[in-house]
Write a protein that binds this ligand. Structure first.
Ligand code: FAD
Length: 522
């Protein structure tokens, strides 16, 4: 079925009349990945999300597809090997959305990472992740490091390293996985909350009770297996099924801030050590630079997670003490976001020491819950869950292997990154003088080859300008990406509220009006 807002009533209808093999609760990257994997293996799958897809942590990460260099320090070799190797797989599945980004790691006098230890660590990192020879780490002299990033404090730098990572848009990655799952036959819907479970006479879960957040209508959904992939909400959903015993989640908050790139004109992505030893990313993205992250235990509302003054001051001070001629103030911060890491609690460990490994919990009712993990590792996490579902819950179905490493994550896939570059060049030439290069970059990074249909549609509206492009984007997201509310579009489909906050403010009333006039109400 189409992943369109117009299909909602049909999807709601089908959810009430179908018996599913698998029901996935939660439309973040973990749930979306499970839905795609299961649908690709021929299961009858539904996914329900109580907010918008990617509303939770999956739109609030550092937006890197990375191996997690710092997990090496924690001796998590298996984790680094798995997520490190996944980077190239995800790049191949969506080369426009998982984009190579060299990371500069400066080494400073008096900081924890020494030159030789870093050199060996990065070598192990590349080896574990099977990084191609041309992408392996390069150690830099002091002079080379300062040439790569002249804003670094000259008196402190001893040397540095350049190593390969990938940047992405986490929410878009989640949406593309959802769209691909829908194409493979899964039924996915946002704004539908699971509020309880249905049981058979043996006390085994036989489905859920769901509530439509827009109409308050409550109805049951029948399914042989239910998977709880609700990230930070995993324990809340476990509580709907039983009193929690055994392992629990430990939520930690991570904050990012966005500034104009003219305020922090770094030449490339950089991963540096703050005064307190925490590692911080500063990542350029078109005309902005974003900086993060913090890591503090969190006990407040999971539905409204925000950066506070203390978080922002901490990040500003880390930047101001690391770079010369940079004095960022609170007023320079154009946008912020904050997300929760759904980590597994371990007694006596600090926030940063907690493992980022994923874990699967199974309860006697049959409820499968998955928590922890990384955006980068979502495909392998999904593979493990679907393997378990097939072997332990659906043995009457023939076991099929996971194929998601070969299923492109876009409607019109690019074969490789050079094709993305050539495509960008060709549409930049076609719309030269009408559409600035930065807007072309944004459209291709966001929509891939669909950028052309969006630009053509905008042109057909009369004039080709930011306003007609916005309308064409809205039209596209309504038809193909199930936007319901303005924030779905401004935050999670386009990232505009994060990376072009002034434009998002200008566009907000128009977006609301467009949705009110073009969207079926129920
Ligand atoms: P979520 O994305 O939170 O999804 C859970 C969904 O379940 C939510 O959308 C929620 O609305 C829904 N839900 C909850 N209750 C219900 C219910 N009752 N019914 C229906 N739906 C429900 N990983 C990386 O690989 N790279 C990074 O750069 C990176 N940076 C990070 C930075 C920060 C600050 C944080 C916090 C995490 C970072 N991570 C990163 C980790 C990564 O973002 C997470 O592991 C991942 O996004 C978790 O996805 P999820 O689907 O499990 O959870």
């Amino acid at each position: 079925m189409d992943f369109s807002v117009n299909s909602r009533s049909q999807i709601l209808q089908k959810l009430q009349t179908t018996q599913f093999d698998l029901l996935v609760i939660g439309g973040g990257i973990t749930g979306a990945g499970i839905a795609l994997d299961a649908a690709a293996r021929g299961l009858k799958v539904a996914l329900v999300e109580k907010n918008d897809f990617a509303f939770g942590t999956s739109s609030r990460s550092t937006k890197l597809i990375h191996g997690g260099l710092r997990y090496l320090k924690q001796l998590e070799f298996a984790l680094v090997k798995e997520v490190g190797s996944e980077r190239a797989v995800l790049h191949n599945l969506a080369p426009h959305l998982v984009v190579p980004e060299k990371m500069l790691l400066p080494l400073s006098e008096g900081k924890s990472m020494g030159y030789w230890l870093t050199s060996i660590g990065l070598k192990v990192y590349d080896w574990l992740a099977r990084v191609a020879p041309q992408d392996r780490r390069v150690m830099l002299s002091r002079r080379e490091t300062l040439k790569a990033e002249p804003l670094l404090r000259k008196d402190e730098i001893k040397g540095g390293a350049l190593y390969a990572e990938y940047r992405t848009d986490d929410a878009r990655l989640t949406i593309e996985v959802c769209k691909t799952a829908a194409k493979m036959g899964a039924l996915l819907i946002n704004y539908l909350q699971v509020i309880g479970f249905q049981y058979d006479t043996n006390g085994r879960i036989a489905g859920v009770t769901a509530k439509d957040q827009r109409t308050n209508k409550v109805f049951p959904i029948r399914s042989i297996v239910s998977v709880n992939a609700t990230g930070p909400w995993v324990d809340d959903v476990r509580k709907l099924d039983h009193t929690i015993s055994g392992k629990k989640l430990h939520l930690t908050k991570g904050v990012h801030i966005v500034v104009d790139s003219r305020k922090l004109p770094i030449r490339q992505a950089i991963y540096f050590e703050a005064g307190d030893g925490r590692m911080i990313f500063a990542i350029p993205r078109i005309n902005k630079t974003y900086i993060g992250t913090t890591d503090t235990s969190y006990f407040d509302s999971k539905d409204k997670v925000e950066a506070n003054d203390k978080d922002i001051t901490y990040l500003l001070s880390a930047i101001n003490t690391t770079f010369i001629d940079v004095t960022l103030a609170q007023t320079d911060v154009e946008a912020t976001w904050a997300g929760l890491r759904p980590l597994i609690h371990e007694e006596g460990k600090t926030e940063s020491e907690l493992s980022r490994k994923d874990e699967i919990f199974v309860w006697s009712s049959g409820l499968i819950s998955i928590a922890g993990g990384k955006l980068t590792g979502y495909r392998k996490m999904a593979e493990r869950v679907v393997n378990m579902v097939l072997t332990d819950y659906l043995p009457h179905l023939a076991f099929k292997e996971c194929t998601t490493d070969r299923i492109p994550l876009t409607t019109q896939p690019f074969q490789h990154f050079n094709e993305v570059r050539a495509f960008k060049k060709s549409i930049a030439a076609r719309f030269e003088g009408c559409v600035p290069d930065s807007l072309i970059d944004y459209l291709v990074f966001t929509y891939g080859k669909e950028a052309t249909s969006i630009l053509d549609h905008a042109k057909s509206l009369g004039q080709l300008n930011r306003n007609s492009i916005l309308k064409a984007e809205l039209h596209y997201c309504l038809q193909h990406e199930m936007i319901v509310f303005a924030d779905d579009f401004l935050i999670r489909r386009t990232g505009m509220a994060l990376f072009d906050a002034p434009q998002a403010k200008l566009a907000q009333s128009e977006v609301i009006e467009f949705l009110n006039t073009n969207q079926p109400l129920k």
